[in-house]
Write a protein that binds this ligand. Structure first.
Ligand SMILES: [Zn+2]
Length: 277
C-alpha cells in the first residue's frame, strides 16, 4: 500500500463501513488491471492495435458505425477482436473486493459503467444491478435497423490480424442485413438504446428506495467522456452521497469527497487494507 494515500484509504474505509448503499461508477480505467487497453491517446490505441497505425485510424475512426455500412468485414474486424478479448479476460481482484464489501456490510448497491466489455457480469454481478450507459458489446442489433430487436451474441468471429478484417460477418436474423454490436459508437445515430433504457429504469427504481447514507466509488472514469462523473456528481448533490474517486490522472475532487490518486486495483486494495485494520 502506498503510504502517502493512507489517510484517504482510512477515510474511504470508514465511509464504506457506515454506508447502507453503494453505487459503483466505472470508466475505462477499471479494466486496465485486468489487462485491457484503455485506448488513451493515439499512441495507446496503436499499441493495442498496431494495424490501424499505417492506416492512420485512431480510436474515434475505428469505432465508427460507417464501417458496417461501407465495409462490413472491416467494421466487424475491430469489434470481433474486442469481443474475443473481453471473453478471454478475467476480471481483476478489485471486482471481488467490491462484492465482498457489499456482502460484509450488507449494502444495497448498483453498478453504472460506460464500459461495454461485460466485465461486471463476468465477475458475478447480477445483470439487474448493472446499468451499461453505452450498451454491451456482447449484444447485437441490426445496422439498418429493421426493428428495435437486440439479441445476445453467442458466435465467434475470427479476425485476420494482419488486415483487421473479420473472416465472417454476422447478420440480422430478421432481415438478413449486416448486424453490429449494440454499443454507442462515435457519431452513432442508429444505436438502439432499449436494453440500456431498461437498465436505466432499474437504476431509477433503486434510487427511489435506497437507504442512506450512500457512498459512490468512482473508478477510472476520465474527463473525456463525462457521463460517469456527472452521474456521481448528481448523487452527491441530490442524495448527499459521499464520492470516493479512484483515478491515477484526473483525481481531484473537493472535500468532503475523497480522492485516491492511483489505479483501480491498487486503490481498492488500499481500501481493503484499511477496512481490515
Ligand atoms: Zn435487420
Amino acid at each position: 500500500m502506498s503510504m502517502e494515500f493512507n489517510h484517504s484509504f482510512q477515510m474511504a474505509a470508514s465511509a464504506i463501513k457506515k454506508a447502507r448503499t453503494l453505487v459503483i461508477t466505472t470508466g475505462a480505467g477499471m479494466g486496465v488491471d485486468s489487462g485491457l487497453p484503455d485506448y488513451r491517446g493515439e499512441k495507446g490505441f496503436w499499441t493495442a492495435y498496431p494495424m490501424y497505425e499505417p492506416l492512420g485510424l485512431n480510436y474515434y475512426d475505428a469505432a465508427n458505425p460507417m464501417h458496417f455500412d461501407e465495409d462490413p468485414a472491416f467494421g466487424w474486424g475491430f469489434y470481433a477482436h474486442r469481443i474475443d478479448l473481453y471473453r478471454r479476460t478475467t476480471p481483476h481482484r478489485g471486482f471481488q473486493l467490491l462484492q465482498e464489501w457489499i456482502n460484509r456490510y450488507e449494502m444495497d448497491y448498483f453498478v453504472i459503467t460506460s464500459n461495454v466489455d461485460g466485465q461486471f457480469q463476468k465477475a458475478g454481478f447480477p445483470s439487474d444491478k448493472i446499468y451499461e450507459v453505452h450498451g454491451s458489446i456482447h449484444y447485437l442489433q441490426c445496422t439498418r435497423p429493421c426493428s428495435n430487436a437486440i439479441w445476445e451474441n453467442k458466435e465467434d468471429v475470427p479476425v485476420d490480424l494482419s488486415t483487421m478484417r473479420a473472416k465472417k460477418i454476422l447478420r440480422c436474423p430478421h432481415c438478413g442485413d449486416v448486424s453490429r454490436p449494440n454499443v454507442l459508437m462515435f457519431g452513432d445515430f442508429a444505436w438502439i438504446s432499449d436494453r440500456s433504457d431498461e437498465q436505466s429504469r432499474n437504476y431509477g427504481s433503486f434510487l427511489k428506495k435506497y437507504t442512506p447514507p450512500m457512498v459512490v466509488i468512482e473508478i477510472g472514469a476520465g474527463t473525456a467522456i463525462s457521463t460517469i462523473r456527472n452521474m456521481g456528481r448528481s448523487l452527491g448533490k441530490n442524495h448527499e452521497a459521499l464520492i470516493i474517486r479512484i483515478n491515477p490522472r484526473d483525481y481531484k475532487i473537493s472535500p468532503p469527497h475523497i480522492s485516491i490518486p492511483c489505479g483501480a486495483l491498487e486503490g481498492l486494495q488500499g481500501i481493503q487494507s484499511a477496512l481490515a485494520q
